[in-house]
Write a protein that binds this ligand. Structure first.
Ligand code: ADP
Ligand code: ASP
Ligand code: MG
Length: 411
């Protein structure tokens, strides 16, 4: 008998019928003698709906109240799932994040989990109950409700598995595992049997939302065996593995292609070419808690001025622009330009470490499709480019083919 933590995403609990089907699945695991703890998301679309309501009242909703609001989505599904389990004769008890408690820091809308009190959960398991915990939410030391960032129920699942020392954490979703790229964009993407934590971390941070990046970080840190599977179709899914040696033995140089539609670009043109200017601009943006992604600086031919360009999340473009315009004014910069019609496409693979030529193949593939590369950023195991968002799907498909990732069986 083992202890399994199962996380069900929004589409898996999107209707009452689906909630009943999830209950059947959980009851099946109980019937086979496993202890089961479940983390569940809000019904699909619900979190967006609630955020939309907040924006009808406040342009920049109060973060504390926003957390109180959006956390209600998961409170609905935990209760409905427990009712469905009860109907099947399976004893179950629901808990909100605060009731568990899942203690977080106080960064509303992007809180980090500090500690999970496992006592209630263990008592319920001993009493033979399934424990259903609301994903995506916690409570800070002052008893304020917090949330863990979009997609945060994945992190709740993994954190519960770490706290309970579970035998496996299963992330159930609407696709059959982790694919070479988003199967909704490239229908002949291949499901991976396994992927290393390192690659999964890159994929998640570069925009593959199948797993929230913090969930992957948590799983890597606490060595939680993590698997992504389909709620609707039986199958092995994808194992996220720490065993890099074995998993890369027969793997291609590039394991997957990720993309992020949420980027926006800020350019400060004609800033004086003197030490400390980039630091001044970028630290002001960083101090406002805006995450900066790709950065490029070009020196003009006269060597007196340069252009500094960086990308941020689209939601934060306006805020970043205001900050940069003020500094640009003080620096006598020529202009500040922004562009929110860009996207980032990345190729990822631990195999890149030992293979040259990935960058040239990537750039040539994009050139052959007439796609202009605006910015480039690299690390040991990934290459990212910023391109016009109009070419996103074309770029992802062309790269998927160029790096021989297409699934020949289903093509
Ligand atoms: P859930 O509601 O279950 O949390 P999400 O929508 O957050 O589901 O994540 C699953 C989605 O992630 C899939 O439907 C798919 O479109 C997308 N996705 C993006 N990249 C990948 C990838 N490499 N492999 C699998 N799915 C991916
Ligand atoms: N309901 C939250 C969201 O939509 C958390 C999650 O689904 O993981 O982001
Ligand atoms: Mg998700």
């Amino acid at each position: 008998m083992s202890l399994i933590v199962q996380k069900f995403g929004g589409t898996s609990v999107g209707t009452v019928e689906k909630i009943k089907a999830v209950a059947e699945k959980i009851a099946g695991f109980r019937a086979r003698g496993h202890d089961v703890v479940v983390a569940v998301s809000a019904m699909s679309g619900e979190t967006n709906r609630l955020i939309g309501l907040a924006h009808e009242i406040q342009k920049a909703p109060n973060p504390r109240e926003l957390d109180v609001l959006v956390s209600t989505g998961e409170q609905v599904t935990i209760a409905l799932l427990c009712m469905a389990l009860e109907n099947l004769g399976c004893q179950a008890r629901s808990y909100t994040g605060a009731q568990v408690s899942i203690l977080t820091d106080s960064s509303h809308t992007k809180a980090r989990i500090r500690e999970i009190d496992d006592r209630k959960i263990r008592q319920d398991l001993e009493a033979g109950r399934v424990v259903v915990v609301a994903g995506f939410q916690g409570v800070d030391e002052h008893n304020n409700i917090t949330t863990l960032g979009r997609g945060g129920s994945d992190t709740t699942g993994v954190a519960l598995a770490a706290a309970l020392n579970a035998d496996e954490c299963q992330i159930y979703t609407d696709v059959e595992g982790v694919y070479t790229t988003d199967p909704r964009v490239v229908p002949n993407a291949k499901r991976l049997d396994q992927i290393t934590f390192e690659e999964m971390l890159e994929m998640a941070s570069l925009g593959s939302k199948v797993l929230q990046i913090r969930a992957v970080e948590f799983a890597g840190k606490y060595k939680v065996p993590l698997r992504v599977l389909s709620t609707f179709k039986e199958g092995p899914g994808t194992l996220i593995t720490l065993d890099e040696e074995n998993s890369t033995m027969e793997q291609p140089v590039v394991s997957g292609i990720a993309f992020n539609r949420d980027e926006a670009k800020v350019s400060v043109l004609g800033v004086p070419e003197t030490p400390g200017v980039a630091a001044q601009i970028l630290s002001a943006v960083g101090d406002a808690n805006i995450e900066i992604d790709v950065i490029v600086q070009n020196i003009s031919s006269d060597r007196l001025t340069n252009d500094l360009t960086f990308t941020v999340h689209r939601n934060e473009l306006e805020k970043a622009k205001d900050i940069v315009e003020e500094i640009a004014g003080n620096l006598n910069a020529r202009a500040v330009q922004t562009d929110d019609k860009i996207t980032k496409v990345s190729v990822v693979g631990v195999g890149m470490r030992s293979h040259a030529g990935v960058a040239s193949r990537m750039f040539k593939t994009l050139a052959d499709e007439n796609i202009n590369i605006q910015m480039i950023s690299t690390s040991e195991i990934k290459i990212s480019v910023i391109i016009d968002e109009r070419y996103l799907e074309l770029a992802v498909r062309a790269l998927h083919t160029a790096f021989e990732l297409d699934n020949s069986e289903e093509a």
